[in-house]
Design a protein around this ligand. Structure first.
Ligand SMILES: Cc1cc2nc3c(=O)[nH]c(=O)nc-3n(C[C@H](O)[C@H](O)[C@H](O)COP(=O)(O)OP(=O)(O)OC[C@H]3O[C@@H](n4cnc5c(N)ncnc54)[C@H](O)[C@@H]3O)c2cc1C
Length: 463
């Protein structure tokens, strides 16, 4: 569908709404706004706006609706599938100035924040006040709005769930420019269809989230990390169902291979505490007493040793734990620094991870491309990276397309879903369409049509 190009009258009107300092037009727009962290697709908006209130967002959206101008919302641009790329030009609406923590309500254990608040800043505020905001996606510079729009997961999902499980309410600007509240500070809600849940994970296609009410928990005072080396990845991953069967409750169970650790060491210039084993599990426990924590980690250590672990290393100081988790957090960046790549963010039932990873090894050998994996072993969500290295771009692309096809087919056969936490954006559209099938895709398209009859909000994403 062709969209009108913005003219001088549009630019003058939008400048009036946000002020000259907060609009970039045409060639003055920074290249940063044309892409996200990984998506190959690049596209420039015609204007980039930084409004500082929900009311201004509503005015911008209302104007865009009247004129049929496409609008794409951008948080921090840390997405990995092109979700915030303004595919059809138009307006790119940055939430960077919607960055206020509005309220910490200790009676209701909630926080109300503007959607552009950065996760890292929010975690710092809540932790200082003795609370835990439980979702913990790896990229701390992402915004809360971006996390909600992608239903971000992260390390602590195994114990605490994902972003969706912690959102109680939100203020949203609809594609028509109307400003509405969904949900609220209520612990229960059986009041009609949950439009709140529809908005979570909608990747900016149904509304622009301007404020979010999230749950807070009492912050556990004790945290401890186990680094567990294994003689093979199969044994490492095989230990995960054993840990879960033992009814232990780790906050995180991550898996990683030696190669990725070495890449992270090189990238960060820091030494990892252990790197001679082919594969590792990284477990983190939290609790409110040392005794509680000790019982958990000792039992988990025993389970791992019985499952074939070489050793169990305990990191109990903040510094040691931070060193290990910083390395874990740098895996993606470290691989990116080595080679062009694209990723698969499949999620399968936890007991199917080993089979899936084994399959990536078979494909690596068959196609002669480097495939690296790491991820959230505790919740079945794997990040599998297909690297270009020295291959010609077109050769790599051809191989990658075939490998991705095969991986998504196998993921589906194992009872999995296309994306565990990064979303669909542009780059995973064809896999979602194939996986959901005609009936479900049509339902999704009809929902989009109801919210956004002119198809102007983040067009070209999801399906
Ligand atoms: C090193 C690294 C590690 C990562 N680790 C994780 C991880 O562990 N778990 C995980 O889930 N993700 C992870 N990610 C992916 C990324 O950080 C998340 O997808 C994050 O939620 C994106 O937030 P953002 O603010 O950067 O959003 P953007 O990238 O700017 O946008 C993402 C999508 O959300 C929409 N959007 C953004 N803000 C709003 C809003 N206010 N209203 C409506 N729509 C909006 C955009 O239109 C787009 O479709 C990682 C990324 C990197 C680079």
């Amino acid at each position: 569908m062709p969209y009108p190009k913005l003219d001088k009258v549009d630019i003058a009107y939008l400048t009036g709404l946000v002020g000259e300092k907060y609009i970039q037009v045409g060639d003055s727009i920074s290249e940063d706004y044309a892409h996200d962290e990984l998506g190959e697709t690049r596209a420039f908006p015609e204007v980039m706006l930084e409004p500082d209130s929900a009311e201004t967002v509503a005015e911008i959206m209302g104007y865009a609706y009247e004129k049929g101008i496409p609008v794409t919302t951008r948080g921090s641009g840390t997405g990995l599938c092109g979700g915030c790329v303004p595919l059809h030009g138009g307006i790119l609406l940055s939430t960077a100035r919607l960055n206020r923590v509005l309220e910490i309500d200790s009676n209701n254990l909630t926080a109300t924040v503007e959607s552009g608040v950065v996760l890292m800043d929010f975690q710092e505020v809540t932790e200082k006040m003795g609370f835990l905001y439980a979702p913990d996606p790896g990229e701390k510079s992402a915004t809360i709005g971006g996390n909600v729009a992608t239903n971000a997961g992260g390390m602590r999902a195994i114990k605490y769930g994902v972003t969706r499980d912690h959102v109680m309410g939100m203020e949203v600007v609809l594609p028509t420019g109307e400003l509405v509240w969904l949900g609220g500070k209520v612990a229960k809600n059986s009041s009609g269809y949950s439009l709140l849940n529809l908005m979570i994970g909608s990747e900016g296609t149904l509304g622009i989230i301007t404020k979010v009410i999230v749950k807070l928990l009492p912050r556990p005072s004790k945290v401890l990390t186990l680094l567990v080396p294994f003689p093979s990845l199969e044994l490492a991953i095989g230990a995960v169902p054993e840990i879960i069967r033992s009814q232990l409750m780790p906050q995180a169970i991550e898996f990683m291979e030696r190669d990725v650790i070495l890449s992270a060491e090189k990238f960060l210039g820091k030494t990892f505490p252990h790197k001679t084993a082919p594969a590792y599990l990284l477990l983190r426990f939290d609790g409110h007493s040392s005794a509680e924590l000790e019982a958990q980690y000792e039992a988990a250590g025993d389970v791992c040793l019985k499952a074939g672990a070489i050793d169990v290393l305990i990191a109990n100081t903040i510094e040691r734990q931070e060193g290990i988790w910083d390395a874990r957090g740098a895996f993606l960046e470290a691989l990116k620094a080595e080679s062009a790549m694209d990723e698969v963010d499949i999620v399968v039932p936890r007991d199917q991870i080993a089979g899936f990873i084994e399959y990536t090894k078979e494909l690596e050998a068959e196609f002669g491309v480097r495939i690296r994996s790491f991820g959230h072993a505790g919740d079945g969500n794997m990040h599998v990276y297909i690297l270009q290295d020295d291959l010609e771009k077109n050769v790599w692309k051809e191989k990658m397309d075939t490998i991705m096809d095969l991986l998504y087919v196998r993921g589906s056969e194992l009872g999995g879903q296309v994306s565990g936490e990064h979303g669909i954006g542009i780059s995973k559209k064809e896999y979602l369409t194939r996986d959901l099938g005609d009936t479900l895709i049509t339902l999704q398209q009809q929902i989009k049509q109801v919210f956004d009859p002119k198809n102007i909000l983040n067009p070209g994403k999801l399906f």
